[in-house]
Design a protein. Structure first.
Length: 244
């Protein structure tokens, strides 16, 4: 089907992205820096910060006109500057920002991929802290919810090849991204943004804990801050799982 025949739609409502807390916000992106000055700012800051390259990633992978900065920007920009990992709509040579249109779908999507990793590395029982970020979609997306695109929604990551080729073609045509049905939560929908400017700068909405029992993630909790710990005559021994 010619590129021009793919229908674009505006996506209303929120989008949710979940990120492990071991990936903290990147200060370089969290500051308000004009896109055209980012390269110069990076060169200057890297003179006194040897770890800046590891934190920021490959800034050159994002066109100047597509760059964003300010609070929440690192959640978006890191998806495009830290590449090398294949996923449904990329072979790893470029970045994609993935999110879901509801929190439950975002959880199912991330649980699936985290379980695959934990099983492969044979991790013992532990807890995984994650942050939930909430934002919106700012530009129209190609709608892949019709039956004609079902072959692109293969649940097996080993069968992503067709979806990757399809997405690469659309990205080369400067399309904003995709709206597609979730392969992990029936009835759920996800987005794949090809540019940082496709989505708003998200804000953190929740802090969750994924409970890995050594074989699967069987529980998801919302983490809340302890306000005060009351003293007693005898200290209680707390049985806590280590963080993954």
């Amino acid at each position: 089907m010619p590129i021009s025949e793919h229908k674009e739609v505006w996506v209303d409502g929120p989008q949710y992205r979940i990120i492990p807390t071991k990936f903290p916000p990147i200060n370089f992106f969290e500051r308000f820096t004009p896109p055209e000055l980012m390269d110069e700012a990076f060169e200057i800051e890297s003179l006194t910060n040897e770890r800046l390259q590891d934190e920021v990633g490959q800034l050159s992978h994002v066109a100047t006109s597509d760059r964003v900065s300010g609070p929440g920007a690192s959640v978006v920009m890191a998806s495009f500057t830290h590449t090398g990992y294949a996923s449904r709509f990329t072979d790893g040579s470029y970045g994609v920002y993935y999110a879901a249109r509801d929190l439950e779908t975002a959880i199912h999507e991330t649980v699936y991929h985290r379980e695959r990793f934990m099983s492969y590395t044979r991790e013992p029982a532990c807890e995984i802290d994650v942050r939930v970020y909430k934002g919106t979609v700012q530009k129209p997306l190609i709608d892949l919810r019709a039956q004609q695109y079902s072959h692109l929604m293969q649940p097996d990551p080993e069968q992503y090849h067709d979806a990757q080729l399809f997405a690469a073609t659309l990205r080369a045509e400067q399309r904003n991204g995709l709206l597609y049905p979730s392969a992990r939560n029936l009835g759920g929908e996800c987005i794949a943004a090809f540019k940082p400017t496709t989505v708003s700068l998200p804000v953190q909405s929740k802090w969750l804990v994924y409970h890995w029992n050594g074989q699967r993630i069987n529980k998801v909790f919302e983490k809340r801050e302890m306000l005060i710990k009351l003293k007693s005559g005898q200290e209680e021994e707390e049985q806590l799982l280590s963080l993954c």
